[in-house]
Design a protein. Structure first.
Length: 676
């Protein structure tokens, strides 16, 4: 009977019209459960956590990705084109994504299914007779959080969504009932941040080790603070950038711009105050959040002698860079070495099979060299590599003047620090770089420890343990040696950020360390704070949860926040605040390297209004056509493979399109600019 009713209902829905936010496919499954669901609070909790499993895994940013991610930016490229339909960032950047062909990027209806379930819970949770005050706080807090998080993902990927408030959309209504317009960007931000801020007051300050991965009060505050920063940014806050992209994009019913066209400086103050509130949070009299650091040991890379920052070598972290191991302090956040549930830098992080071994196509298979059991085809760009500084804080261009940085010659002796080994034969361009570089980037002659394996390396260096990557064209990981034509790095550079020294996909005893994927880190809050303060020209008083916070372009506060991130990386800090424009450039470079492959760059270049500029730059890598007999020819060059030549620069790529089916069902639902 249930199946008969379901098919009759589906037939009826095809002959009328409705939106995917009605959740037709699962409607009867849900409805038949609801009467029993709300009879006990534990059933309501189970229903809520079941809803949470529908949220796409944030770590899937490269393959089967629900958001364009790193490979749709200037930080990464995949050695595969449209034929590899699982790489949605490549499809998006090459113009293959359309409203009719979105693949995993079509998460619109998934988020509305989550919203429908959340609204049902909020409307019916009090029906459970055993619902205690504590149960209600927990259920309402998490439900509001995840509903707001669903809207947040809709907003940053698709642009302004349809806001439903607390409404549970009915079934079997006329078309006019379902046909609704999108909210504006401002209206959506107001709703999401208000919901996040309210949810935060109901959510726990901390969770147990067993519950690691569940969001906390700080998680809600941090997502709200991030969105407030986006809201203040040029693309969404009036001015030249907003006019360039969205001046003619208006809601039909009232002619209001979906993106505000008048600049409002106060938004930067709101973003600054939100970040400041998180920075000031305490737990039992101690700071709630801190950057993760490991103490200095005899193996720690020695800080270079520099001029310009008297605190660099002389003061202990966070006032200076002394006393900590800068390589381990950064690398262990991502490699799986740290005890993630105890790390106060993780404001919200989740365990991730994708960053471990997972299915074929996980992070390790994508970046590990072919002869070590991977594909080696998930490449990073030379631009990203060049963004990393030298260990004395200079850019590579600044360090060329005295030869501290050179692209000529090769390392003759092994260099070791913090368990990392830089092998003889490595190009000098990879010598003397900052610690985040070694924690994040794999290059030609880079050592992959694969320490879980028992096999010793072969004479040609292509064994399992202590594997040395060889990206020369005739090398064991090169273009012409690998069995599959696509299993090599087209730039000769990959991201090792989520690889542990024990990790291996090949050999006896091979294993992968457990990993977590950071959704929000405290480092982001510090850089958000510095950016927001830097963009203020006046003083503002903002109230956050009953506390009045006065914010302005305070040089001391900006430098304190910014320099903490620099010092943790083992770099000198700034001693004075440069001009607003110059500091913004420094901050953009800092975010690019600090958050490499954490899915920030795609959204950053868009909110800053520099997407077209960054995408038009020629994409460079190393000359993987060079043979091992001509090592000097393995130099930087412009990469001209088809999936790079085919990348398009189009203003419509500021947002992912809304699926065509949704536009057809709802005549009042405006498509994103350029996708009509």
């Amino acid at each position: 009977m249930k199946n008969i009713l379901k098919y009759l209902f589906l037939l009826m829905m095809f002959t009328t019209s409705c939106s995917d936010y009605l959740n037709v496919d699962d409607y009867f499954d849900d409805e038949f459960k609801l009467d029993s669901t709300f009879t006990q609070s534990r059933y309501v909790k189970a229903y809520m956590w079941g809803m949470v499993t529908m949220i796409p895994d944030e770590s899937y940013t490269v393959r089967y990705n629900h958001t364009p991610g790193p490979i749709a930016t200037d930080e990464a490229v995949i050695n595969i084109n449209e034929g590899g339909i699982v790489y949605n960032g490549t499809n998006f950047s090459m113009g293959f994504t359309t409203p009719d062909a979105m693949r995993e990027l079509d998460s619109w209806q998934t988020y509305y299914r989550i919203i429908r379930i959340a609204n049902t819970i909020l409307n019916r949770m009090n029906e459970a007779p055993d619902m205690t005050y504590a149960d209600k706080r927990e259920i309402e807090g998490y439900t509001r959080f995840f509903r707001a998080y669903a809207y947040y993902n809709l907003l940053i990927n698709f642009g302004p969504p349809i806001l439903l408030g607390d409404e549970v959309v009915n079934n079997n209504e006329p078309l006019e009932y379902y046909d609704r317009e999108r909210a504006t960007y401002d209206e959506t931000v107001d709703f999401i941040t208000s919901e996040m801020d309210n949810a935060a007051m109901l959510m726990p300050l901390t969770v147990s080790t067993m519950d690691f991965g569940r969001p906390t009060r700080g998680s809600a505050m941090a997502i709200s603070a991030r969105l407030k920063l986006y809201h203040a940014s040029p693309a969404f806050n009036g001015g030249e950038v907003a006019r360039r992209y969205y001046s003619t994009w208006k809601r039909k019913s009232d002619g209001v711009n979906f993106i505000q066209q008048t600049f409002d400086e106060r938004r930067w103050a709101v973003a600054a105050a939100a970040a400041e509130e998180i920075i000031a949070m305490q737990n039992e009299g101690r700071k709630m959040y801190n950057l993760y650091v490991m103490p200095q040991t005899d193996a720690t890379h020695q800080l270079p002698t520099v001029t310009g920052d008297p605190n660099f070598n002389t003061k202990l972290f966070p006032e200076g860079a002394a006393g900590i191991d800068h390589y381990r302090s950064y690398s262990e956040l991502f490699s799986g070495e740290c005890a993630a549930s105890t790390v106060s830098e993780f404001i919200w992080a989740r365990r991730s099979n994708y960053c471990e071994y997972g299915l074929k196509g996980s992070w390790s298979s994508g970046v590990m060299p072919k002869s070590l059991g991977g594909w080696g085809r998930w490449s990073v760009t030379q631009k990203l590599v060049d963004a990393y500084r030298m260990d004395d804080g200079r850019t590579i261009d600044e360090a060329k003047s005295d030869g501290y940085y050179s692209e000529q010659g090769f390392l003759t002796d092994k260099i070791s620090f913090s368990g990392y080994r830089l092998m003889p034969g490595t190009s000098n361009m990879y010598v003397g770089r900052e610690m985040r570089f070694y924690a994040s980037i794999g290059f030609n002659n880079c050592l992959w420890d694969a320490a879980s394996c028992t096999e010793a390396p072969l004479e040609d260096g292509s064994g399992a343990r202590d594997h040395i990557a060889n990206y020369y064209s005739d090398g064991w990981d090169g273009k012409y040696i690998t069995a599959a034509s696509l299993d090599y790095s087209i730039t000769g550079l990959v991201c090792k950020k989520y690889i542990h020294q024990m990790d291996s996909r090949k050999g006896s005893g091979a294993r992968m360390m457990d990993k977590v994927y950071p959704i929000v880190r405290y480092a982001e809050i510090l850089l958000n704070y510095a950016e927001a303060l830097n963009n203020l020209t006046s003083s503002f008083t903002i109230e956050t949860n009953g506390v009045q916070r006065t914010v302005s372009r305070d040089a001391n506060k900006i430098l304190t926040a910014f320099n903490q991130v620099r010092y943790r990386a083992g770099l000198p800090g700034l001693t004075s605040l440069p001009s607003r424009e110059e500091f913004q450039k420094l901050l953009q470079q800092e975010r690019m390297v600090e958050f490499t492959h954490e899915n920030h760059r795609y959204f950053d270049v868009r909110r800053w209004g520099i997407y077209e500029e960054t995408e038009r730059e020629p994409m460079q890598g190393m000359n993987v056509e060079a043979s091992s007999g001509n090592r000097e020819a393995f130099y930087r060059r412009t990469v001209l493979t088809g999936n790079i030549r085919g990348r398009v620069v189009d203003r419509k790529l500021m947002f992912v399109p809304i699926p065509r089916d949704e536009i057809r069902r709802l005549p009042s639902l405006a498509q994103n600019p350029g996708w009509e």
